[in-house]
Ligand binder design. Structure first.
Ligand SMILES: [Zn+2]
Length: 413
């Protein structure tokens, strides 16, 4: 067996074992803490609510093993079992130009992969979310969302794939530098147009009504010296009863967006605290730092790809007979997660550090007590577990575990 094939199989084995071990830890930890509400939440979260959160998390975590096995099976089918080779050969016999062949192979692959993932997204929306009372999506909305997503994917992704393949074919050894510039520009452009052009395709945006809530928000914004292009409410309740709030866009095109579900969960004090937390992410430059990290990661990834694609073993070791730019790109996207999963605690660590900083900012600007109340309401309404396993959490959670976060805030009151 090829040495690279062996390495690939070992990495698959290690990452699957690691994921299984983490999910086992998470489930055991939550079950062991199910009988009692953690001390810092007594009187705030009832035993019934705590147990609902525990059950919801256990069901989601144990279900997540199925797509993991399935995706690993698919990965092996596409690579070593010859799926990609078959797709490549079938399209190559049609004798298009290299770039058209590449586009056809990539788009067919993306289409097939999305169809193959569909059963899991249907199950998690209409069975799991439904069972715990969160799902508000109808079959019609689900299908329309899917079609809109596919249409946008082709409209935006098509020209992007074309450009990348063209650069790979035509610009020589430095193709990956040019590609990096294009991808960086593209992601900035997407961030710029997302709030006004893309998000409204999926949700109805309405300016937040005049009144106390809006006045509180405007006050907070001017106190923090934050310019935005408006405060909006979207109809998140059409799909799910989970609540959320976010900022999008940058420069003058920034929007503050509240899910209508969040407005129902929180009172004005709590909303102000949540918004102050989000503002903290801006003020402490987290958004810019994350962008820079993602640009740097893309740069490194493209550099590695540029090296890999020159080596025959990269293709042969993964079950492909004929080297080409698009096959290199596809293989790279397919196998990277197997090699990078082990690094996820690094990103989570960075993200948690930011969450603490944003919480501290909110505690300065408003009142830590209000943010604590808001968080407790959010944990309750979203049935988020209060007792995640620390190691599982270090891999998967962008936010610190509930008791840790609340204890931090308590020390700031
Ligand atoms: Zn945050």
């Amino acid at each position: 067996m090829h040495a690279f094939t062996q390495l690939f199989l070992i990495m698959i084995f290690l990452s699957v074992s690691l994921r299984l071990w983490l999910s086992y830890r998470q489930i055991t930890h939550i079950k062991n803490h199910r009988a009692q509400v953690p001390e810092s939440f007594t009187g705030k979260i009832s035993l019934e609510e705590h147990q609902k959160a525990a059950d919801y998390t256990v069901v989601k975590t144990s279900f997540s093993r199925w797509p993991m096995f399935y995706d690993t099976g698919l990965l092996l089918m596409w690579t070593l079992a010859g799926g990609m080779e078959w797709l490549d050969q079938s399209i190559t016999t049609m004798e298009f130009s290299p770039i058209v062949t590449g586009m056809a192979v990539m788009l067919t692959f993306i289409l097939l992969s999305s169809l193959l993932e569909l059963p899991f997204s249907i199950y998690s929306t209409f069975v799991i979310e439904e069972r715990f009372g969160f799902n508000k999506t109808t079959a019609k909305t689900f299908v329309i969302d899917m079609l809109k997503g596919a249409f946008l994917g082709v409209l935006i992704g098509g020209p992007l794939i074309f450009t990348v393949l063209w650069l790979m074919e035509q610009t020589g050894d430095l193709w990956w530098m040019y590609t990096w510039l294009v991808l960086t520009g593209f992601s900035l452009l997407m961030m710029w147009i997302y709030p006004t052009l893309i998000a409204p395709i999926f949700n109805k945006f309405e300016p937040l009504e005049e009144g106390d809530t809006l006045n509180r928000i405007k006050n907070l914004l001017s106190r923090c010296g934050f310019n935005s292009n408006g405060v909006f409410v979207i109809d998140g309740s059409r799909r799910s009863s989970h609540g959320n709030a976010y900022f999008s866009g940058f420069g003058r095109n920034k929007r503050i967006v509240f899910f209508d579900t969040l407005l129902k969960m929180l009172n004005d004090d709590e909303l102000e605290a949540v918004l102050a937390h989000e503002l903290g992410h801006f003020k402490k430059k987290h958004i810019i730092k994350s962008m820079l990290i993602s640009f740097a990661t893309t740069f490194i990834a493209l550099g590695i790809l540029a090296w890999l694609m020159k080596n025959e073993w990269f293709y042969h070791g993964l079950g492909l007979s004929t080297p080409s730019t698009y096959i290199a790109l596809l293989l790279f996207m397919l196998i990277s997660p197997v090699f990078t999963f082990i690094l996820s605690p690094l990103l989570s660590m960075f993200s948690r550090k930011n969450e603490f900083e944003a919480d501290a900012f909110a505690a300065e600007q408003t009142d830590a007590k209000n943010l604590i109340k808001a968080l407790v309401d959010l944990y309750r309404e979203n049935a988020s577990t209060l007792t995640p396993d620390p190691i599982y959490s270090a891999f998967y959670d962008s936010h610190p575990p509930a008791p840790v976060r609340i204890a931090h805030l308590n020390s700031q009151t």
